[in-house]
Design a protein around this ligand. Structure first.
Ligand code: P6P
Length: 345
């Protein structure tokens, strides 16, 4: 999409933003716009369910069914089903991969098979919902590589992050904000619940070159490798050297931690650790968490790395593979990479 969004467009609906950009995109057929519109609708439905979660959750605990007579479902399963149904019905996807499901999701035959596929985390951080902590939906869009007359292949589903056609997230917090990019910068849209529309509120987001925030679960400190331990010590005590006093901020909800650091600057780290032998590369997933956020941060002028390798250059081997994720302001991420390379500390 080739238009640059200007502050004059603040307040424009996301639908008009998408149609404007489609108009300026050579060869655009409307397929991508319809895909994004289906995602937007899914996120509005999830926001509605998240907003009433406390009530539904109480009813659910009492074993009641809700007023529509539906069995109360766990919220993240509800979010997963919502995204799956809306994207399948859009007719614009040929396959889906959800953080909630072990296997590739085939699109029911009654729907057209589209030319895109989406990796998504339907409700990341949902364990925080009972404490009313912000949580989010994360999505990563790829173009299908194989001919539409054949079955979807692993080559379609396991593409490097640099091949993404777009990516974004929705944060369900004090307000509901959709942040996404299609390769021409990053824009944020805030939901106005009184009209049910996402309105452009954060045009052309750029992350600061350096921040004053570091975000990491220090409860895992004993399980980190030496470069990570030295980097965190340096951040804490070395501020005379870099004359910036860093502060620690960690919510334990990836979308909320990422969104704050994207806007304010700083670094988020979920490094490899020895805490869980089954997750030696850390807890976060490459395809539905690290790659989409890496796409966003690079479009906003930041960096995303494992400490040794650019996240979006990683050759995926499995749809649910995990990766260390160090992401944020470029100067902060580069400093960490210098510790890993043994050039500092
Ligand atoms: P830890 C939430 O469960 C999540 O997947 C991410 O949202 C968050 O960044 C991470 O886990 C927190 O993990 O080990 O610090 O509790």
């Amino acid at each position: 999409m080739s238009t640059s969004v200007t502050t004059e467009n603040v307040g424009i609906t996301i639908s008009n933003h998408l149609l404007l950009n489609q108009q300026y995109t050579t060869g655009a057929t409307g397929s991508y716009t319809r895909l994004l519109q289906a995602l937007v609708l899914a996120c509005k439905i999830i926001q509605r369910d998240v907003a009433k979660a406390g009530l539904v959750d109480v009813l659910g605990r009492a074993g009641f069914v809700n007023v529509q007579g539906e069995e109360v479902q766990k919220l993240d399963e509800l979010a997963n089903t919502t995204v799956k149904r809306r994207l399948s019905a859009s007719g614009e996807v040929c396959a889906l991969v959800s953080e909630e499901e072990a296997d590739i999701i085939e699109i029911p035959r009654q729907y057209p098979q589209g030319s895109y596929l989406v990796h998504y985390d339907p409700l990341d951080g949902s364990s925080n919902i009972d404490a009313n902590v912000s949580i989010g939906t994360i999505f990563s869009i790829y173009r299908r590589l194989t001919p539409p007359t054949t079955d979807v292949a692993h080559a379609d589903v396991l593409q490097k992050g640099i091949e993404q056609a777009g990516a974004g997230y929705v944060i369900y917090g004090s307000s509901c904000i959709l942040v996404f990019s299609t390769g021409q910068g990053v824009n944020g849209f805030t939901l106005d619940p009184s009209i049910g529309e996402f309105l452009l509120s954060h045009p052309n987001i750029k992350t600061p070159e350096r921040g004053k925030i570091y975000s990491i679960n220090e409860g895992n400190a004993n399980y980190w490798d030496e470069p990570t331990k030295k980097y965190i010590d340096w951040i804490k005590t070395g501020y005379e050297e870099h004359r910036v006093h860093y502060t620690s901020r960690y919510i334990g909800s990836l979308v909320a931690d990422f969104h704050r650091n994207l806007l304010y600057g700083g670094i988020f780290l979920y490094p490899a650790d020895t805490k869980d032998p089954k997750k030696p590369q850390g807890k976060l997933r490459l395809m539905c968490e690290a790659n989409p956020l890496a796409y966003i941060i690079e479009q906003a002028g930041g960096l995303a790395t494992t400490g040794r390798e650019r996240i979006m250059d990683i050759e995926p081997k499995h749809i649910h593979q995990r990766t260390p994720l160090i992401i944020g302001s470029p100067e902060d991420v580069r400093a960490y990479e210098q510790f890993v390379a043994g050039k500092r500390g």
